[in-house]
Design a binder for this molecule. Structure first.
Ligand code: NAP
Length: 238
């Protein structure tokens, strides 16, 4: 039976690379995005999967996403919680990060993955499946585009470990925590790009395919659970 993977936010960047990678490995991929519908439909057609549109800032839409995948495919083996939002806010400018900004970051980066895990759990138990949360190095070290973003990813890293402890051995739960990745999100983050070029041992930002490779390895390692795997080209060593 062909395995089915739902990759959220899979119309650009890390999510698209992951969708392509999992499809190339023989999985049926449910492609998802918030607004880029035409590109999502085209990618799903190219990969032989299905496209699902949902704004994950909306609790009801987030809760309905897994049932819409199950209605199409009848099973779920892999949930990759990749969709996320981030924008730069200098850490010392506290008033530039409003209560609404915090809610937006937590809604999309933390609460939506929780709702998706909740909705997916029965199907994942049935398939002996796994969850991969795409977090960030900003959730591991006191860094990142904003304090709200870093806190949302730190919380998701902790939720990853708590879920792994609660759901094993039926369902494995891990997080992949990238440093800087060349995606539309970071296209104009010139200071970070310079930092990675000059200071990281690998002397470059990651490509989306580097992250997809790690997500694939995590999915395929049947003993790995509760890990937050940093993928920052070694910047943390500096
Ligand atoms: N790029 C980096 O340097 C980096 C580093 C560490 C961690 N990460 C994390 O990696 C993940 C992917 O990042 P990326 O750089 O690949 O991002 P990206 O290219 O900006 O793509 C983000 C994807 O998420 C979707 N999305 C955004 N907000 C959404 C919402 N409210 N509801 C549903 N979908 C939504 C987008 O849909 P639309 O296409 O419709 O807008 C898009 O498909 C994020 O969780 C990010 O925090 C990225």
């Amino acid at each position: 039976m062909q395995k089915v993977a739902l990759v959220t936010g899979s119309v650009s960047g890390i999510g698209a690379a992951t969708a392509r990678r999992l499809a190339a490995e023989g999985m049926t991929v449910a492609v998802h995005s918030r607004s880029s519908r035409d590109a999502g439909v085209a990618l799903a057609a190219e990969l032989g999967g299905t496209y699902h549109q949902a704004d994950l800032a909306d609790d009801a839409a987030a809760t309905d996403l897994v049932p819409s995948v199950l209605a199409e495919h009848g099973r779920l083996d892999v949930l990759v919680n990749n969709a996320g939002i981030s924008w730069p806010v200098p850490h010392a400018e506290l008033s530039s990060l409003t209560a609404d900004d915090w809610r937006r970051l937590l809604d999309v980066n933390l609460i939506a993955p929780w709702l998706l895990c909740t909705a997916a759990l029965p199907a994942l138990r049935e398939s002996g499946g796994c969850i991969v949360n795409v977090t960030s190095h900003a959730g591991v070290r006191p860094k990142g585009s904003s304090i709200g973003y870093a806190a949302s990813k730190a919380a998701l890293n902790h939720v990853t470990k708590l879920l792994a402890a609660a759901l094993g051995p039926d369902v494995r739960v891990n997080a992949v925590a990238p440093g800087l990745v060349d995606t539309p999100m970071t296209a104009d983050w010139t200071a970070a790009q310079e930092l990675w070029k000059t200071s990281s041992p690998m002397r470059r930002a990651a490509q989306p395919s580097d992250v997809a490779d790690l997500i694939s390895a995590v999915i395929h390692n049947s003993y790995l659970t509760g890990e937050v795997i940093l993928l920052d080209g070694g910047l943390n060593l500096r």
